[in-house]
Design a protein around this ligand. Structure first.
Ligand code: FES
Length: 110
C-alpha cells in the first residue's frame, strides 16, 4: 500500500488537458494561448472538490490536434473533447459516471 492508501496503481478514468505552448505567431497555434492551463486547473480543482479520488486530471504535452483545441482526452475510452469553461461541469459529471457529454466532443476543422 502506498502513502495514499492505494493498493494498485492507476485510475478509473484519466483526463489529459494539453498545456503545450508554441512561440507567438506559429502556424499551428497552441492550446495554452487559448487558455488551456487555466481550464485544466479549474477542471482539476473542481473534480477534487467533487470528491473524485479515483480519477486524475492533469496537464499533458501537445496532443497533436492543436488547431482544434484546447484539447482534452479522457481514458480509458479515449474520448476527445474541446475543453471550455462551460464543458467543465459536464466533464466532471462524466468522470463521476455520468453520460458522455457528446456536445463537447472534438470536431476536426477541415
Ligand atoms: S498544442 Fe495542444 S494539441 Fe497541440
Amino acid at each position: 500500500m502506498d502513502p495514499k492508501g492505494r493498493e494498485v496503481p492507476g485510475y478509473r478514468m484519466h483526463a489529459f488537458v494539453c498545456g503545450h505552448t508554441r512561440p507567438e505567431g506559429s502556424a499551428r497555434g497552441c492550446c495554452s494561448e487559448k487558455g488551456s492551463l487555466e481550464l485544466m486547473r479549474k477542471f482539476k480543482l473542481d473534480s477534487k472538490g467533487k470528491g473524485l479520488t479515483d480519477v486524475r486530471v492533469q496537464k499533458s504535452g501537445c496532443l497533436d490536434f492543436c488547431e482544434n483545441g484546447p484539447t482534452c482526452v479522457i481514458y480509458p475510452n479515449g474520448d476527445w473533447f474541446r475543453i471550455t469553461e462551460e464543458s467543465i461541469p459536464k466533464l466532471i459529471e462524466f468522470l463521476d459516471g455520468g453520460k458522455l457529454p457528446s456536445e463537447y466532443l472534438l470536431n476536426l476543422k477541415a
